[in-house]
Design a protein around this ligand. Structure first.
Ligand SMILES: Cc1cc2nc3c(=O)[nH]c(=O)nc-3n(C[C@H](O)[C@H](O)[C@H](O)COP(=O)(O)OP(=O)(O)OC[C@H]3O[C@@H](n4cnc5c(N)ncnc54)[C@H](O)[C@@H]3O)c2cc1C
Length: 497
């Protein structure tokens, strides 16, 4: 077994760490800290270090900052008992199949209020579109775990506005104050002196010619996940092969650079985030309405949430439809999440008018007077199978027993009264959420669990925070909240050293 890879047999993706010949390096730049990646971790990390007087720069692969998302979450420590905090850590370990390290989860738990308050302050200065949604979005998590805590939940939006727009505005202010950001400058290889990291080599392309720069200093790697490296996906998330990817340029560069200097991947099956929150309203996403594949067949117990649907739809690459009828206002209320006509029409490409809070190229909710017409609009290929599925489903509703998949009788809703409605969902690989071994200070660990000096990793590049088969959606915005916090916390770590 190759220990660097965490598990399984060796692949050759490690070869893709670029060779750098000493005599091809065109220039050398000295900093206290080099932050690699201008995303949700890198930006707060560099800004915090810069405002505290460190000589810091960001090297960024793309020609702009790049990150995404709307919801971020953290825990308000002030009014929270220590025992409740311990229960939060336990709840997250439990829902991640007992694989995370408590000390890594506790970075988020213990620093998120301070970090997110700081981000809100920066947002105010930069005119960012953000509001704190507080504890409300997390009611289900609190109830499920019998917890009494308050949340801070910065929401960057509504869509199409998102964290990228927000952090870009905040970064611009910092650049005006002298923070240096080198765009189109991907990091390719860490520079070491014995066991210590002393810098990172980056590459720029100018007039078709490669230019190499050695940035010397401590290194914070925040290069995001590896969803765009097919070999890494095949090795760590083989079931995702062929699924569409939501991002570009996330080729696991940080993972490879770290493995090249003696770090290693966490030795677990990797966690994935495979979502579609854009084709229909948020409120419909997890209602237990009938779900069918594009073949027209039913395929799962509809009480299972959207974030797990990918597991049922490996061959179908994540495509399915939710079906309901004109009585949705009444049935959705009965199911505990009332949906309005206005909300639905906002996600219908066929309904004209100003759409609010959506990505217009991704909305896919339809209305039709017949099941045949609905099937056509949704792209369901076998209309007769679909009609038969609806017929059989209505029979389970009448009998108050779902003999096929076991949905509870109070969650079965008839599909009889036109017009009929459908949402065509397409879950795609949003993020790979597992990564390299780190400790509770975000230092990269070698295979003996010893920190590699002067090297930090954070965000989706860093492991030990998740571990379940799928990213649990219990705390809305946990990922973004964790990542923003992680950048801020590394800055504090470096400042307090
Ligand atoms: C559409 C979408 C919506 C989402 N919504 C939410 C949400 O609402 N809430 C939530 O919690 N999570 C959400 N997520 C997940 C969340 O956005 C990410 O998990 C998180 O932003 C990742 O943070 P990161 O800093 O680790 O990586 P990223 O934000 O991906 O940043 C990595 C950065 O590193 C740069 N980079 C890569 N390689 C190199 C290199 N070699 N050299 C220099 N720079 C490099 C990249 O260009 C990028 O800017 C969403 C994800 C997607 C795709």
């Amino acid at each position: 077994m190759n220990e660097k890879l965490g598990h399984g047999s060796a692949t050759d993706f490690l070869k893709y760490v670029e060779e750098v010949k000493t005599d091809s390096v065109n220039q050398v730049k000295e900093y206290d800290v080099i932050v690699v990646g201008a995303g949700t971790v890198g930006i707060p990390c560099a800004i915090k270090l810069h405002e505290e007087g460190k000589k810091v720069c960001i090297v960024q692969k793309e020609n702009t900052p790049s990150c995404c998302g709307n919801f971020s979450a953290g825990i308000r420590l002030n009014n929270t008992k220590k025992s409740e905090l311990a229960k939060v850590t336990h709840a997250l370990i439990e829902e991640n199949d007992y694989k995370p390290k408590a000390e890594v989860i506790n970075i988020w738990r213990d620093y998120s209020e301070e970090a997110l308050e700081w981000i809100l302050q920066k947002s105010k200065e930069a005119g960012v579109q953000v509001e704190d949604l507080g504890t409300n979005p997390h009611k289900a998590f609190l109830e499920a775990n019998d917890l009494d805590i308050e949340f801070i939940t910065p929401f960057f939006g509504p869509k199409p506005y998102d964290i990228k727009a927000g952090l870009t505005a905040i970064l611009k202010k910092a650049e005006e104050k002298g923070l240096e950001v080198f765009y189109n400058t991907p990091a390719v290889r860490l520079i070491t002196d014995h066991d210590k990291v002393v810098g990172v080599t980056c590459k720029t392309l100018k007039e078709g010619r490669k230019k190499w720069t050695n940035f010397m200093g401590q290194v914070v790697l925040t290069t995001g996940d590896y969803q765009n490296d097919d070999q890494m996906v095949k090795h760590y998330l083989p079931q995702m092969e062929g699924f569409e990817r939501k991002k570009k340029n996330r080729t696991g560069d940080g993972h490879k650079m770290i493995m090249d200097v003696g770090g290693c991947m966490e030795a677990i099956g990797h966690t994935k985030m495979v979502h579609d929150m854009d084709s229909g309203p948020f409120s419909v996403m997890n209602l237990p309405y009938l779900r069918v594949k594009l073949s027209g067949e039913r395929f799962a117990n509809e009480e299972v949430h959207m974030e797990y649907m990918n597991n049922y739809l490996l061959k179908e690459k994540g495509e399915y439809c939710e079906i309901f009828d004109s009585r949705f206002e009444e049935t959705s209320e009965k199911l505990g999440q009332k949906v309005s006509t206005e909300e639905l029409e906002n996600f219908m490409p066929e309904v004209e008018g100003n759409k609010k809070g959506v990505k217009e190229d991704l909305i896919a909710t339809y209305r039709a007077d017949s099941l045949e017409e609905l099937a056509e609009k949704l792209g369901i290929q076998n209309v007769e199978t679909f009609k038969e599925t609806v017929h059989t489903y209505n029979k389970w509703v009448e009998h108050e027993a779902d003999d096929a998949f076991g949905v509870s009788k109070e969650k079965l809703t008839p599909i009889k009264k036109p017009p009929f409605y459908g949402v065509h969902r397409h879950v795609k690989l949003t993020m790979a959420c597992s990564g390299v071994n780190v400790d509770g200070k975000s230092r990269v660990l070698d295979k003996e669990d010893k920190p590699i000096e002067s090297l930090y990793a954070a965000g989706n590049l860093a492991g030990n925070f998740y571990g379940a088969h799928d990213y649990p959606l219990s705390i809305v915005g946990l990922n973004l909240g964790r990542n923003l916090t992680n950048g801020y916390q590394i800055a504090l770590e470096i400042l307090n050293k």
